[in-house]
Design a protein around this ligand. Structure first.
Ligand SMILES: [Zn+2]
Length: 362
């Protein structure tokens, strides 16, 4: 697969020098634990026919795009992997027929009405690893051949994506280990991220997708895509009870800081949902660790977001924290205080207190 990228897009991305690349069928011994310890799952390749409640859509979507492009409010035009406010979206449509290896233009964030009716969903097979919750933010990307989406992270959510019609893509995925996220932070907001990090990132998995596949992109994983056959890709976000660790590591590294205000608010909204799911599934220990890992970031967000302070406090209030015999990781718990008392008074103090909540309800 890497050879094909080299042949089609040339040596610009230093693909040939990826250390220890794995595929899903043959994963190196070092790579598997990097994924399992840092995020919700190893990337999974699923049968895409399970992700459509209705019939699998055909490339008829192309005709609808031309009309949709004129009325889309979420649409983004990308040139060479970066947002471009000047590029004409119609160029992307014409490149579906006549691809341009030097100047691929692609569209992201399309909300095609034709797709909404087909009911795209996360396949049941994902549940073998973890049940998907809060499936939302369905969108379509239109990528002509040669489109390259540079290394990025989708806020911290898990993602599901499947190509439509003849579209074929190769994905490079990396687990959100502390090492990888720190490297990503160094090039955050800059161009040529994959080319600059390709030598140092760990745990690379290379996956090819056609319309027969739906790919599960685990929470907060870094990914880049090469389109080798142009067409459409549909994607959506969700979270799982195993995603919170990755989410908190992302925040602890400060990777939310360069997001636009609207996207940053979404990121913390997703963290709230993810925490709720994690606690509902009684992953108390994991949730507490994740909370402590990102505590500073959460406190500074809470300071300006009243609604968030209230709703996150309500989530914590619904669980019974362990009491005797549990000692907080922070080492500041004094011996006569129970864990529950310590955690609430020390690590939840920047949220609304329970008595404030009661007062608030009046
Ligand atoms: Zn503590």
């Amino acid at each position: 697969m890497l050879k094909e990228i080299l042949e089609e897009v040339g040596p610009n991305f230093a693909i040939g020098s990826i250390p220890d690349p794995s595929t899903l069928d043959s994963m190196s011994e070092k790579t598997r634990p990097l994924w399992l310890s840092s995020t919700s799952s190893i990337p999974q390749l699923l049968d895409s026919s399970q992700s459509w409640r209705g019939r699998v859509p055909l490339v008829r979507a192309r005709n609808h795009t031309a009309t949709a492009v004129r009325s889309e409010s979420h649409l983004c035009v990308n040139y060479q992997g970066e947002l471009d406010t000047v590029a004409d979206p119609n160029v992307a449509i014409s490149q579906l027929v006549d691809a341009d290896p030097n100047k691929p233009v692609f569209l992201t964030g399309l909300r095609l009405p034709i797709i909404e009716n087909l009911e795209f969903r996360v396949p049941l097979d994902v549940c073998k690893v973890a049940e998907p919750f809060y499936e939302s933010n369905e969108q379509v990307n239109m990528t002509p051949k040669y489109s390259f989406v540079d290394l990025h992270i989708d806020y911290g959510t898990d993602g599901l994506a499947t190509p439509i019609g003849d579209c074929r893509k190769i994905w490079l995925l990396y687990p959100p280990t502390t090492h990888n996220l720190r490297s990503m932070k160094v090039v955050d907001g800059q161009r040529l991220r994959l080319a600059r990090l390709v030598h140092e990132l760990e745990g690379c998995v290379v996956v090819e997708t056609t319309s027969a596949h739906a790919i599960h992109i685990p929470a907060a994983s870094l990914h880049a895509t090469f389109t080798l056959q142009g067409g459409f890709l549909i994607a959506k976000d969700f979270t799982t009870s195993r995603s919170l660790t990755a989410f908190s590591e992302l925040l602890a590294t400060g990777l939310d800081e360069s997001l636009l205000p609207e996207a940053r608010a979404k990121c913390f909204e997703w963290l709230e949902r993810c925490l709720e799911i994690s606690l509902v599934h009684q992953k108390i220990k994991e949730s507490v660790s994740a909370w402590l890992r990102a505590e500073e970031k959460l406190a500074s967000w809470a300071a300006t977001q009243r609604g968030w302070r209230v709703s996150v406090r309500r989530i914590w209030d619904q669980v019974s924290l362990p009491d005797s015999a549990t000692i907080c990781e922070c080492d500041k718990q004094v011996s006569e205080t129970s864990f529950a008392t310590h955690f609430t008074s020390t690590h939840l103090s920047f949220l609304f207190s329970t008595c404030q909540l009661r007062h608030d309800r009046r």
